[in-house]
Design a protein around this ligand. Sequence first.
Ligand SMILES: NC(=O)c1ccc[n+]([C@@H]2O[C@H](COP(=O)([O-])OP(=O)(O)OC[C@H]3O[C@@H](n4cnc5c(N)ncnc54)[C@H](OP(=O)(O)O)[C@@H]3O)[C@@H](O)[C@H]2O)c1
Length: 267
Amino acid sequence: MQPPYRALITGASSGIGAATAKLLARSGATVGLVGRRADRLSAVLADCQVHSPASRMWVADLGDLQAAEDLADHAWETLGGLDVLINNAAVPKVTSVTALTPAVVEDVMAVNFFSPVRMTLRVLPRMLERGRGVIVNVASVGGRVGVAREAAYSASKFALSGWSESMAMDLHDTPIEVRLIQPGPIDTDIWDRPGEDRAIYDGPKEPPELVANGILAAIEGDRFEHYLPDLSAVIAYKVADIDGYIAAASFTETTSSPPASDRKESE
Ligand SMILES: NC(=O)c1ccc[n+]([C@@H]2O[C@H](COP(=O)([O-])OP(=O)(O)OC[C@H]3O[C@@H](n4cnc5c(N)ncnc54)[C@H](OP(=O)(O)O)[C@@H]3O)[C@@H](O)[C@H]2O)c1
């Protein structure tokens, strides 16, 4: 799809979502921004409105699934329809499986998986009726390979990847297109959210603009899955040797520094 189009972007208050909103607005799209931090959203909106005055923002907690559905309806009505839905909002959960509770896992699944599902199912019938639409789901490389200490997060991203893949098949003979974005390590707030243990990975990170550019190219192009940066070799390695992959990833965990929770106990 080429601009002009109307795009609703969840998690637009920082990181990849903010960079994507600004890029799409500069490219001629009208953007709808969603997040919980009103001040951060307002700053992103001001930037977007320089190029796209009809752009709007909504403060909403997408962990509230009824609020997520209502927001999808409201944005559709306010913007006069949606051509693109970018399900980007997510929370991290960096902790060993031994410290997880069902409630914590369900909270992660609500934001990272069930809110995209709810919002997609609200807009899909109307996109089909209009004969135009792109659903962009931002998952993660951690949605194709398990990540140590991130069982809840990885599960939510595997769910989003599987959902997207099947949805693309079900919609292949319709005008609705599905795109799956698989970011690698990107330099955003997600690595520094309070209450998380330290992630295993501490290598270099790419700027969020790399993913924003990839999302724009995905909307305009015709390929389903986009690794940004291209870490598809890691997935190929895992698929070829899952036992080797688990052993290597587990080895990394036991030889890295202890998580924040362990450090606090020993201090
Ligand atoms: N950064 C990476 O290395 C990386 C790697 C792989 C995948 N990803 C994925 O990329 C996407 C964007 O993440 P990011 O890296 O840009 O991190 P980020 O800066 O933390 O962005 C996350 C966004 O989600 C929003 N959000 C979180 N919980 C929400 C809720 N309950 N309701 C509404 N909005 C909520 C946040 O806004 P508020 O806090 O204002 O609500 C924020 O705008 C996520 O899907 C993430 O899983 C990132």
